[in-house]
Design a protein around this ligand. Sequence first.
Ligand code: PFF
Length: 456
Amino acid sequence: MLSHQASDPKRKSLHGHWSSRMAFILAVTGSAVGLGNIWKFPYIAGQNGGGAFVLVYLICVVVIGMPVMMSEILIGRRGRRNPVATMALLGQEEGGSTRWRWVGGMGVVAGILILSYYSVIAGWTLAYVVKSATGVFAGASAAAVSEQFNGFTGDWRLVALCHTLFMSLSVFVVARGVERGLEQAVRFMVPALLILMLVLLGYSINSGYFDEGVAFMFTPDFDRLTWGSVLAALGQAFFTLSIGMGAIMAYGAYLPEETSITGASAAVVTADTSIAILAGLAIFPLVFANDLNPADGPGLVFDTLPLAFGQMAGGTFFSTIFFILLSFAAWTSAIGLMEPAVAWIVERFNKTRAQATIATGFLIWFVGMGSVLSFNVLSDVRFLAGTIFDNVDYLTSNIMLPLGGLLIVIFAGWVMCRNSTADELHGSGGLFKTWRILARFVAPIGILIVLINAVR
Ligand code: PFF
């Protein structure tokens, strides 16, 4: 039996390996930083009253997000297979059960569901690159900008076209494989993204409403905090870090043995959180400067920023850059969302990477049509959390990811033996002990309390 020993050095991923530690950090950061930071974080923070939500979100990122991410990477690297096979293999080796594969299976499904609507919003972003570049927003009034948004999202053919285009771009990169596709894409996109966010921040500091934006984000009003918004904060922490669904596990499978998982996780969590806070700091002052509503919902970025840009000198240029940035961020995240499904199909059915990617892409495209139609033809079809889009979002972010994360930390903290995890995390010192306490107690109990109270 392999258990309780160093993982087999001959165990290799079928899909190749990251060429360096930096490549891995870039790839995971590329997956983490996406629409979740720039589109979703501000609008959810806005809907949940700002400060208190942001505080809970930050706590969730540190005490739950970080240990879950480390657990996912260490499981992925030890198994070196797709998330389904890795969970089955380690489940058996560690004396658990191969039934742990269902955690990987839920991740594959969550990735497909998330990308189905993520691609639709990414499609809006692509359309807004064109709208911005052609000067549609220059000097436009609030009414004109929101008419653009409603007119565009109301036209299902156009939205479907953009969704199709975005899915094709994602399939293209994923089909090229780990080193040639994923790595090349993120190497350029992540640094570009950071620079462009700083440019945007400079704009918002000059808006005259920076203090209002800062106060909204960092002054907690606990009266507005419900269990529902605590769950939203937990779900957002999972979503933004790309954890709880095996994406990071799949990336971990391509990680060289000697790379420090703790260091890489800390770098990714810091980068991701900084970009979300930076996005909030860039967006809220502009919202207040223009007398807009922070609780506007999914349209916030699309309804408010073009208006603000339209009133600035050089707005056409910066607006175009902003939406290009957002498209790139979405693109590198879409790659991570497809990876578990693609890796699983390649290994399970012995298909080529290209075949697996095209099949997965087509399925996601089809499911995504539900979200395309949620903003127009089927906007009146409402149940449980709202439209089809709202339900897919709620089910994945607020239920599947926290549940997946819960099972992943329980597996790493309780099922895997101490030696196996110490071996992957290279140590038995204070950092390892801290991780173990967080993974065994703090994270599982925290997730359970939030899930139980919010869903009751
Ligand atoms: N973390 C991404 C974002 O914040 O936009 C979304 C995401 C990507 C979730 C990849 C999950 C994933 F596997």
